[in-house]
Design a protein around this ligand. Structure first.
Ligand code: SAH
Length: 288
């Protein structure tokens, strides 16, 4: 009986309620960009770039509120992993009503053509550890929104205009050449698939699986979680990741060697994205 009542209520909610609740976040009148990193190494170049930062604390989470390229920004450490990223995204959106949220960090390279310092702008992001694990292996499935109870697609995609801004910013920046054993190489910037899960991938088998099953270019631990919350709360988002390691047997060692370089490159692109957002005409910002 109780189950029947639940099913009727669910059917009613699915058919008659709007797909998202009315109390979604509206951007503040002055555009505000929030930039996340998972841990301090990723955030150092951003903290150095913001001017007039003031510290604000919400539930013990620290936010640096300041200006970057003339735009109001908040730089924040989300913590590592999907739950932390989701929690901090929800708190931040509820409290500050940002215009957009950018995750700026490092990732393991899955695409064999990517090397430390290269950048992936996520055109798609997916949670690689959400789904059914059977004898046949992992079947990745879309999550379900707790608001609408509808299933999300496996791949979440950022707002097309924000993605275009990121691409334009990528064409403008000049990343420094990287010294390698084979000589200098220039870092690449690609649009690609970023897979997210609560695992630091240092396994050739897992790396191959992520490439085959999802077409992943990079793997990290926060992006798709932030994207899922932003989708439900209706805030545009972007994930920018620079490669710190190759997600295989050398990953832990590479991570130590290349984190600073990768963090620097991801931050350089993110700062240019903010500059481009700041330079957009007001009409365009308002979506006219
Ligand atoms: N040294 C940290 C662990 C970092 S976890 C500690 O001991 O606590 C790795 C972080 O960098 C995550 O935030 C993740 O998003 C990103 N990352 C870089 N390389 C990764 C990889 N190979 N697999 C998964 N996440 C990776």
């Amino acid at each position: 009986m109780r189950r029947t009542v639940h099913l009727v209520l669910l059917a009613f909610a699915t058919v008659f309620l709007p797909p998202h609740p009315a109390e979604t976040a509206e951007p503040t009148s002055a555009p505000l960009t929030c930039i996340f990193g998972a841990f301090d190494d990723e955030l150092t170049p951003l903290y150095q770039a913001i001017t007039g930062p003031k510290e604000e604390v919400l539930h013990g989470i620290h936010f640096a509120v300041g200006k970057l390229k003339g735009r109001n920004v908040i730089v924040c450490r989300s913590g590592i992993g999907k739950v932390n990223a989701a929690m901090v995204t929800a708190l931040l959106v509820q409290h500050y009503r940002p215009s957009e949220l950018i995750f700026c960090g490092i990732a393991g390279g899955i695409n064999p053509d990517l090397h430390p310092g290269d950048i992936v702008i996520a055109a798609k992001t997916a949670q690689h550890d959400f789904g059914n694990l059977t004898a046949e292996g992992m079947e990745v499935r879309g999550t379900k929104s707790p608001m609408t109870w509808l299933r999300n697609p496996v791949f979440l995609e950022p707002d097309a205009r924000l993605l275009a801004v990121a691409e334009a910013a990528g064409n403008r920046i000049k990343l420094a050449d990287i010294e390698t054993a084979k000589g200098k190489r220039h870092p690449r910037i690609i649009k690609g698939v970023v897979a997210t899960g609560d695992i630091f991938v240092a396994s050739p088998a897992k790396k191959a699986e992520l490439r085959k099953a999802l077409g992943a270019d990079a793997v990290e631990m926060e992006g798709a979680a932030m994207a899922q919350v932003c989708r439900d709360l209706r805030v545009p988002w972007l994930v920018i990741r620079s490669i710190s390691d190759s997600a295989d047997h050398n990953a832990l060692q590479d991570f130590d060697s290349f984190t600073a370089l990768a963090a620097q490159n991801a931050a350089q692109l993110t700062i240019e994205i903010v500059a481009q957002l700041a330079a957009r005409p007001a009409a365009e910002r308002a979506g006219k």
